[in-house]
Design a protein around this ligand. Structure first.
Ligand SMILES: [Zn+2]
Length: 80
C-alpha cells in the first residue's frame, strides 16, 4: 500500500482508500477517517487518487486552486 501524507484539512494520518465498481467505471478514492475529506478518481486509478491526495496535502496552503474533485465530507454534492 502506498503511503499517504497527513490530511490537508485536519492533519490526521488515519487515511483509507476505497474502490468501488467494475473496471473501467471503477471509482477509487482516498478518504480521511477523521474529517471525511476525500479525493475521487474514476477509471480504477487509485494511484492517481493517491497522487492527487498527496499533492493536495503538500499544497494545502494554496487556497483557491481548483484542480478537481476534492470535497470535505459533502460526498457527491461537489464544491461550493
Ligand atoms: Zn482529515
Amino acid at each position: 500500500m502506498d503511503e499517504f501524507k497527513p490530511c490537508p484539512f485536519c492533519g490526521s494520518t488515519n487515511i483509507e482508500t476505497l474502490e468501488q465498481g467494475p473496471f473501467p467505471a471503477r471509482l477509487s478514492w482516498v478518504k480521511c477517517r477523521e474529517c471525511y475529506a476525500m479525493i475521487k478518481r474514476k477509471g480504477g486509478e487509485l494511484q492517481k487518487a493517491a497522487a492527487a491526495w498527496n499533492r493536495r496535502a503538500a499544497d494545502h496552503t494554496e487556497e483557491g486552486e481548483n484542480d478537481g474533485d476534492i470535497s470535505d465530507g459533502a460526498g457527491d454534492q461537489g464544491a461550493f
